[in-house]
Design a protein around this ligand. Structure first.
Ligand code: NAD
Length: 477
């Protein structure tokens, strides 16, 4: 799918395409489709200063209801230009149209709506008053914005994950400098246009493009004028960003990598578990942080489950490519090692189409088995259409296997036993456990990971808490 969106920075209310450009590549065919201007350090500095000035401008005195109105208008703007957003997201990511149109872009609009009205009820400037404490004092809490927030987002769900942070940050009265992934910048540009048209004052939302290390991402996180950093991406990048933020003790909210486990018990509805795992392993070709990459199946049903999952994987159609040549090569490298050390039950390489898609970055839906738990394909995040199956014998063993490793983002439990579901799910070392489903999201629930998968929680009031500081005022009566 093509998109005519011109990639531009948006700083202090002005669009600008300055900076040395690098190519944007269509992952479906591997051809250049546009250019990204790389922001200079000077432009990043200007964006942070514009955001600081906007805090002191009219935006700083807007009531939550005024902010809510403009956030709703941004959601309206996304819906009015829906097809442009879908085309831009598909052009950047190569993802199937139904994913962008059915999930990503509607969710981006929903993010603005979900956060538009939330602060008015809960986090109004003086959001709760405590009664006199018996010592002649009245205490109340004032919730203030953090100030200038840097939002850095990845390429897999570009607009969804960007708006997931921008919307609550704005709802709480902050100003934002956003840097989307250099691989997928187009929908962020459309968002800036929509925000401007919706009446968001200049400087409240700024957008700079460029890469991470030694570029816009690093300059933004190291900038002394940035009061907090909200980041989604790889765990290793999180470590680098945390170091930059630590220098000035700026708070961070991190949504990082995962190596998510699924547990299939013999008492599960196998048809449901197979269909659910095909979704959880292969949605967006496994390029969703919540995707299942390790599946542990109770031994009595292992062979049947493995055969049905492999058959389902072989029949999958309409999947998309990897985001880049480098990422495709990383995934294929894992597959080559896995094929040498274990079994490939389905897929295992690059598909052959016999058309111009053969120039793109494709990997077949792949089911592996027989690898030891310390194998890189079982321990490291692959972030591709790859799931490894291993058998287990007891519930305790299943939990030990699922909880091993450095990550703790999400897990899925497939069982027909209600007591087991409630025993196992809370015992998993993850931020989110699904039972007999996957990626069913209520935006009010806490979202995030434990261990190397994240710091803090977003979603509902958790995001509003992160993007604000509670302050105590004590008045002697
Ligand atoms: P990435 O860490 O390579 O890049 C993410 C963003 O950080 C990009 O905008 C990039 O330019 C920027 N960046 C890179 N180096 C930087 C630096 N030194 N300083 C500042 N910014 C820098 O991640 P990615 O490859 O874009 O995304 C895939 C990763 O994101 C996977 O690990 C996936 O699990 C994770 N992810 C997590 C969640 C979640 O909610 N937990 C959601 C989506 C993706």
């Amino acid at each position: 799918m093509s998109s005519s969106v011109l990639v531009r920075h948006y700083v202090g209310g002005v669009f600008d395409a300055s900076g040395d450009p690098f190519p944007l590549v269509d992952p479906v065919r591997g051809r250049p489709t546009g250019e990204v201007p790389a922001a200079s350090a000077e432009l990043v500095d200007r964006a942070v200063r514009a955001a600081r000035e906007a805090l002191a401008g009219p935006w700083g005195s807007w009531a939550p209801a005024d902010r809510a109105r403009v956030l709703h208008r941004i959601a309206d703007g996304i819906e009015e230009r829906f097809e442009e957003f879908v085309a831009a997201e598909c052009a950047d990511t190569g993802k199937p149209h139904e994913l962008a149109a059915g999930v990503d872009i509607p969710r981006a609009a929903a993010n603005f709506r979900a956060y538009a009205d939330r602060p008015a009820g809960r986090s109004e400037q003086s959001w709760h008053t405590e009664t006199p404490d018996g010592r002649g004092a009245l205490n109340y809490t004032v919730r203030k914005p953090l100030g200038v927030v840097a939002v850095i987002s990845p390429w897999n769900l570009p607009l969804l994950l960007l708006t997931w942070k921008v919307a609550p940050a704005l709802a709480m009265g902050n100003t934002v400098v956003a840097k989307p992934s250099e691989l997928t910048p187009r929908t962020a540009c459309l968002l800036a246009e929509v925000a401007a048209a919706a009446g968001l004052p200049p400087g409240v939302l700024n957008l700079v493009h460029g890469k991470g290390a030694d570029a816009a991402g690093q300059w933004l996180t190291e900038h002394p004028g940035v009061d907090a950093v909200a980041f989604t991406g790889e765990s290793a990048t999180g470590t680098t960003i945390m170091r930059a933020a630590a220098a000035r003790l700026a708070p961070v909210s991190f949504e990082l990598g995962g190596k998510n486990a699924g547990l299939v018990f013999a008492d599960a509805d196998l048809e449901q578990a197979v269909a659910g795992t095909l979704r959880s392993a292969f949605t967006h070709s496994g390029q969703v942080c919540l995707c299942t990459e390790r599946l542990y199946v109770e031994r009595p049903v292992f062979d049947e489950f493995a055969a049905r999952l492999a058959e389902g994987a072989r029949k999958l159609e309409g999947y998309g490519p990897m985001i880049s040549a480098a990422h495709r090569d990383k995934v294929l490298g894992h597959l080559a090692r896995a094929a040498a050390d274990g079994e490939v039950l389905a897929g295992g390489g690059a598909p052959h189409f016999g058309d111009d898609r053969d120039g793109g970055f494709w990997v077949e839906p792949t089911v592996l088995a027989g690898l030891p738990e310390d194998h890189p394909a079982v321990r490291e995040e692959i972030f591709g259409p790859v799931v490894h199956l291993a058998p287990f014998d007891t519930e305790a063993e299943a939990l030990t296997l699922a909880n091993a490793g450095p990550y703790g983002l999400a897990a899925t439990v497939w069982t027909g036993d209600l007591a087991r579901a409630h025993r196992v799910a809370p015992a998993l070392d993850v931020g989110i456990a699904w039972v007999n489903t996957w990626n069913l999201r209520d935006l009010r629930t806490p979202f995030g990971g434990v261990k190397a998968s994240g710091i803090g929680r977003e979603g509902g009031d958790h995001s509003l808490d992160f993007f604000s500081e509670p302050m105590n005022v004590c008045v002697k009566l």
